[in-house]
Write a protein that binds this ligand. Structure first.
Ligand code: TRP
Ligand code: ZN
Length: 878
């Protein structure tokens, strides 16, 4: 276990790195020269260098070869017993095998392209190094290869030299003048094509922009390039941040453990988040590309220029950078739709994480394997913390705090405390209590009780907060919770907010005690409170509002986000009682109030198509499951959700058909928010229509699939069919394969569609597809498309009462772990909510988890995740 409390400064610093890399598919030679200096504040110590899966050939200090007695070598480290007490130069020669690297960490070869992934601890698989983020060095990298193998040779920074040697071998030299931790090192080489563009920064620096792709894919880079230029401009305008090198490069590779990586000047992307053409990518793909391009680009300041002192501070770069990419999307597309999408993600991924055995603080205090902590909590809840901070101190102070952070910590490896100190200094506010958000796991529950006093003309809000125990912490402290508030009058307007104590407009309540109350004066009628507007705090809210209040807010809240939220809350109430009815085999029920509210929203000319689509999308099954919390029957949740969808499909039929027709966007495809919003509305309408009438839905969906002129239309038709138990389903999937084969991203879509069918037979189908030539455990995108979709997006089949869904996931984990432990650990997370299940499924899932845990030679990654998952159930809150 690595602990934050054990952090110590490094014994040595490395100021400069020269790498000389001779690429070879199975025997790559690396010579490294390091300028090392003992840390004056630390005592005498041996020099411990991290290294994994390396073959050591030579090691010397200041030109003198070391003898084997001067050092100790073990599978994880090279320890030099008595290094000089003065600055010195260390030279090390090693070899590694990129072809054998199935973990995709360090230097690996993917589809004939050499590429690196060094975050978090992959650099040690390239050469011996002090592999921790508080070692900042400038890098000069020389790469040499065979012309046929790798004519294009890339690394971080600016190009210094590139030519052919006399023997015809190409070489290139790159220099990155900005000191950086080794996790930001990158090297890419191979036969790559590129598209090029230019950007002039606000201060006039000319930057060459390049996107490198597999030859033949150049016509799928336009959207990524466009997104990049817009992101660069936005960071200048919104945060005053300019790009700082002569060149910015992006490389797209098909095999990658995560979405993308922010290596200095040389971002590497999973090609699924670069390549897009109207006939290959959906609106969702376009949106992902735009926000991930922005995210990685924004890391240049939040992550690279200011980096992290240690991996416990991961949220310092990730939460902040997610916040920045969310803001970018908000500014460039529909802000409401973006907020809704982010809140959905938080509720369906982060809340369940925070409520189960994998719960951890946004800044964890211990870990076994850091790769396991690139989580929804660190990223998404981390971004919510930044958003709350801005709400509390105000936009201007927040911007000054950011400026101060960049000014004070440029070129440094910083901590969360240092970031908060900048915000405290800029705002004059004590953030001591606020810091608990970083240190305390679990989703706070806020309980609201309201009272209207017509005689005194006052309205009082009584609020309480509590956070349930999590496996790592049994006692929780109160947090600072910013609750954005409006009091809505009968005509749907916001009342002026006045309290007895002041003349200010307290539309942001700050709940910082276990219990607190606020009284508003001059209130002439009972208002309906609209609370936590815009999801101002990531909490679970329990209120005394009635069904009628929620319906009212759904139709009248001046805050559009809370209109959507009210609809979700109302739907959740319906679905929870309906789930209970399904469990008990009852089925009586009326939801006409809800369908009528939806009908008037659909007819409202003031609402955008996108918002209407969001209103029609029911709360997700994981969201409902975590709301229920225990003794969960996933099939009943699904049945209840289907039942409500079918009811809406029937009662709203004409309106939905109308929405379906008007949602058709004529003309050539463009990814703009308006057109995308209309297509979402069409898809949402189709989903409900198909739930209401299977045969008609299947016909519509098949027509849309066949006639669709862009991938969004084609895919959304197919996605409806894939979930229907109908003949057209296999027919359409087979047709889609004919179009998809030969295009690996489309094949991923095809695989995922098979995994979505909410029927027991999907389990056997997924097993069969694992034998398909397109599937491979060595390709993370294939594993995520087929297995990830099955386990994360198909609660019915995954939780089949036979236990065969759990068995399937367990079999994959056993087979995948020796190949790629990072990806294995990530998909193992799909077992995280097993303790919430009803007893029979709990037993079945538990025994599969045990089976995997008892297999031999489990990776550290999977060992840690499964032991957390299997840990004792949480104590209940009394
Ligand atoms: N830092 C990357 C990001 O932008 C995340 C990442 C990419 C990563 N590849 C990784 C994390 C491999 C761990 C391992 O969010
Ligand atoms: Zn990131």
């Amino acid at each position: 276990m690595i602990r934050l409390a054990d952090y110590r400064e490094p014994d040595f610093f490395i100021d400069e790195v020269w790498l000389d890399v001779r690429l070879h598919p199975t025997d790559t030679h690396v010579r490294s020269r390091l300028a090392i200096r003992p840390n004056p504040v630390m005592g005498e110590a041996p020099l411990e260098l991290d290294g994994e899966k390396l073959t050591l050939h030579a090691v010397s200090i200041d030109g003198e070869a070391l003898s084997p007695t001067d050092y100790t070598l073990n599978p994880e480290r090279l320890i030099i017993h008595k290094p000089p007490r003065q600055p010195f130069t260390l030279e090390v020669e090693t070899t590694c095998d990129p072809e054998a690297n199935t973990e995709l960490s360090g230097l690996y070869r993917s589809n004939g392209i050499y590429c690196t992934q060094c975050e978090a601890e992959g650099f040690r698989r390239i050469t011996y190094f002090i592999d921790r983020p508080d070692i900042l060095a400038t890098f000069t990298t020389r790469i040499e290869a065979e012309q046929a193998d790798a004519p294009v040779l890339l690394s971080n920074g600016n190009p210094v030299e590139a030519a052919l040697l006399e023997n015809g071998r190409p070489f290139a030299v790159w220099h990155d003048p900005y000191p950086k931790p080794c996790y930001l090192f990158a090297l890419v080489a191979g036969t790559l094509a590129h598209v090029e563009d230019h950007f002039t920064t606000a201060s006039g620096r000319e930057v060459i922009l390049r996107i490198y792709v597999e030859p033949g894919k150049e016509d799928r880079c336009a959207w990524a390039m466009d997104s990049l230029k817009r992101a660069m401009r936005w960071d200048e305008e919104a945060f005053g941040r300019e790009y700082d090198l002569d060149m910015f490069m992006i490389v797209a590779v098909p095999d990658f453990n995560m979405g993308a990586m922010e290596n200095k000047g040389l971002n590497i992307f999973n090609d699924k988040y670069i390549l897009a053409r109207p006939d290959t990518a959906t609106d969702a793909d376009y949106a992902h590309i735009e926000s991930i391009i922005a995210h990685e680009y924004f890391h240049n300041w939040t992550g690279n220029r200011v980096t992290c002192r240690d991996w416990f501070q991961l949220c310092l770069k990730e939460g902040l950078t997610v916040f920045r990419d969310q803001e970018f999307t908000t500014a460039t597309r529909s802000g409401i739709a973006k907020r809704i999408a982010d809140v959905r993600l938080l509720r369906s991924q982060q809340f369940p994480e925070d409520a189960g055995p994998l719960a951890h603080p946004v800044r964890p205090s211990q870990y076994m394997e850091i790769n396991n902590f690139y989580t929804a909590t660190v990223y998404e809840k981390g971004a919510e913390i930044i958003r709350m901070l801005r709400a509390l101190i105000g936009r201007d102070a927040f911007r000054s705090g950011m400026d101060l952070y960049f000014a004070r910590h440029d070129g440094q490896a910083a901590t969360v405390e240092q970031f908060l100190a900048c915000m405290a200094d800029a705002s004059g506010r004590d953030l001591g209590q606020f810091q608990r958000w970083y240190e305390q796991a679990g989703t706070p529950e806020v309980t609201i009780a309201t009272a209207y006093d017509p005689a005194a003309r006052t309205f009082t809000i009584n609020a309480g907060q509590a956070t349930r125990p999590t496996p790592d912490q049994s006692v929780k402290q109160p947090l600072v919770i910013p609750l954005a508030l409006g009091l809505v009058d009968a005509s749907g307007g916001d009342m002026p907010l006045r309290t007895a104590s002041g003349t200010n407009t307290p539309n942001l309540l700050e709940l910082s005690e276990p219990a607190q109350s606020w009284t508003f004066i001059d209130i002439d009628e009972r208002p309906v409170p609209s609370l936590n507007r815009g999801f101002s705090a990531p909490i679970r809210l329990k209120t005394d509002l009635s069904d009628a209040d929620w319906l009212f807010l759904m139709g009248h809240d001046p805050d559009p986000f809370n209109r959507w939220e009210a609809g979700q809350i109302y739907a959740k109430r319906l679905l929870l009682s309906l789930t209970q009815a399904c469990v008990e085999g009852r089925r009586l029920w009326d939801a006409s109030d809800y369908s009528e509210a939806l009908r008037s929203s659909l007819r409202a000319s003031s609402l955008t198509a996108q918002l209407k689509a969001e209103l029609l999308n029911l709360p997700s099954e994981p969201d409902l499951a975590s709301e229920i919390g225990r003794n969960v029957e996933p099939v009943a949740i699904h049945a209840a959700r289907q039942h409500l969808a079918a009811y809406l499909g029937r009662t709203l039929r004409e309106d939905l058909e109308e929405a379906y027709q008007t949602g058709a966007v004529p003309g050539p495809y463009t990814p703009d928010p308006d057109s995308a919003g209309r297509r979402s509305l069409r898809a949402a309408a189709l989903t409900l229509l198909a739930a209401g009438n299977r045969d008609e839905g299947a016909r519509l969906a098949l027509d849309q699939f066949r006639a669709g002129s862009n991938m969004t239309e084609i895919f959304s038709g197919l996605a409806v069919l894939a979930r229907l138990d109908c003949l057209q389903r296999d027919e359409a999937l087979a047709e889609f394969y004919e179009r998809a084969k030969g295009d690996h991203l489309l094949v991923d879509k095809w695989l995922s569609l098979h995994a979505l069918g909410p029927f027991p037979s999907t389990i056997a189908r997924v097993r069969r597809l694992m034998e398909h030539p397109a599937f491979s455990l060595r390709k993370p995108n294939k594993v995520r498309a087929l297995i990830g979709t099955f386990a994360a997006a198909n609660p019915v089949a995954f939780n089949d009462r036979s236990g065969q869904g759990y068995q399937l996931l367990a079999d994959i984990l056993v087979a995948l772990d020796p190949i790629n432990p990072q990806v294995a650990a990530r998909i193992a997370g799909n077992f995280k909510s097993w303790r919430m299940l009803e007893p029979n499924r709990q037993r079945l899932a538990g025994s599969e988890i045990d089976r995997v845990r008892s297999s031999s030679n489990l990776s550290r990654d999977l060992t840690e995740i499964l032991s957390m998952i299997a840990s004792n159930p949480l104590p209940a809150m009394d």
